[in-house]
Each structure stands twice: as structure tokens, then as C-alpha cells.
Design a protein around this ligand. Sequence first.
Ligand SMILES: Cc1cc2nc3c(=O)[nH]c(=O)nc-3n(C[C@H](O)[C@H](O)[C@H](O)COP(=O)(O)O)c2cc1C
Length: 217
Amino acid sequence: MGGGPPHGVSAEPGGIRTARVLAVYGSPRQGGSTDTLLDFFLHGVEEATGDTERIVLRDLDILPCTACDGCRKSGRCILTDDMTGLYEKLVTYERIVCAFPVFFMGPPAIAKAFFDRAQALWIRRFVLGENSRPESSVERKGYLLSACGYVTADQKRKKRFFSCSETIVRAFFSACGVLYDGSLLFSGIEGPADIDKDPTLKKRVTERGRRWIGPLR
Ligand SMILES: Cc1cc2nc3c(=O)[nH]c(=O)nc-3n(C[C@H](O)[C@H](O)[C@H](O)COP(=O)(O)O)c2cc1C
């Protein structure tokens, strides 16, 4: 063990540590509402740290979990596809931000398939008792961005439209060993044109991204 930063944490000149951010685009629609929101958010993140990696689920081949129990003994999924290379990132990156719309009260199928495949990580942590980053004291954090079409100013109703997505993402982050650290959720959004209607939204989402990343502790 050397005296450098924990494994995987970028060290900038002057010793400031920056987080690596994994950004997950979870909508099947390219350039849609949630792609746009995540672009704004990452703009802020990248002003604070340059270290982002984008994962676009619609461009990947991620099979649904078949509940074969192949991961039960090893915590490793036996399916071989584009998810295989993502596991290591999910247990090491300091920040994960997921963006996807509400489809029938939950995530779109491509995002749900991705979350379900974290079952192997859940087995690692909660059955086999493996800690993903025992050598690091850095708190790993996750964030959710989402949009739905339903128009309401009633906060209680709005909350209901995102509650399934939030619950699922919390479980996913928990499997990854990541603390759920908040969300930005927008109702009444059917596409980027609705985002443009609010002239302050871009600035607010970018600012949230900038502040979320913060210094590593
Ligand atoms: C298959 C499908 C299901 C949807 N289900 C809901 C829903 O249950 N509630 C809702 O408010 N909006 C629903 N919407 C609207 C989307 O959440 C909304 O258009 C969102 O802005 C799309 O985001 P995107 O452009 O990032 O894909 C649905 C849209 C589609 C295509």
C-alpha cells in the first residue's frame, strides 16, 4: 500500500481528489426528456470534475435476469453480455447518477433489466458479505433524475408517480454499496419541448449537478 489516494479515486495536481461519476442514460428515447436532464446535470458535474463516464442503456445489450441462481455462490452473474463489464464500475465509482422516465409508474424495461442484473451485487453484499471497497473511506453516492408526463402541482400526487422508481433505485444503489443521495423529479414533462418552457430549469439542474459532486470526503 502506498500513500496515494484510495484505489480508483482521481488525484488532481495539488492533491484535490475528484470523484469518478458513472452516468446512466436509461430511456429508450434518444434526446428525450431524461437524456436532456442528465446532459444538464453532467454539465454541472463536469464543471466541478472532469471525470465522467456515460453509459447509454439503449445502445447496450443487457439481458434480463433469468433468476437462474448462477450468482448465488460467487456473486458473479453467469450471463455474458454488456452488463459483464459494468459490474466493476458499479462497485468502484464514487458517484452514480441514473436518469430514466416513468413508464407505467416505474422504469422503462431497459432500465429495469439493468437494475435486476444488480442481483449479483446484492448477493455479494448481503449473502456473501463482501464489501465492495474495503480499502476506501470515501462515501459513495447515487442520484436519480426522472420525468413523467402526468401534469400536477400537487406534491403528494407527484410523489406517487415517482415512488416505484425511487424504491427500485434505492434497492439498486444499496446492492452497489452506494448511498441514495437524492433526486430531481419533474412531472408534466412529455419531451424536451416541455423542459424548454421553464427558462430556469437548465440552470437549476446544472447547478444541482455542480453542487452534488462536491469535494470527496
Ligand atoms: C410506454 C410509456 C409509458 C408511460 N407511462 C407513464 C406513466 O405511467 N405516468 C406518467 O406520468 N407518464 C408516463 N409516460 C410519459 C413519460 O414519462 C414522459 O413522456 C417522459 O418525459 C419521457 O421521457 P424520455 O423522453 O426521457 O423518454 C409514459 C410514456 C411511455 C412511452
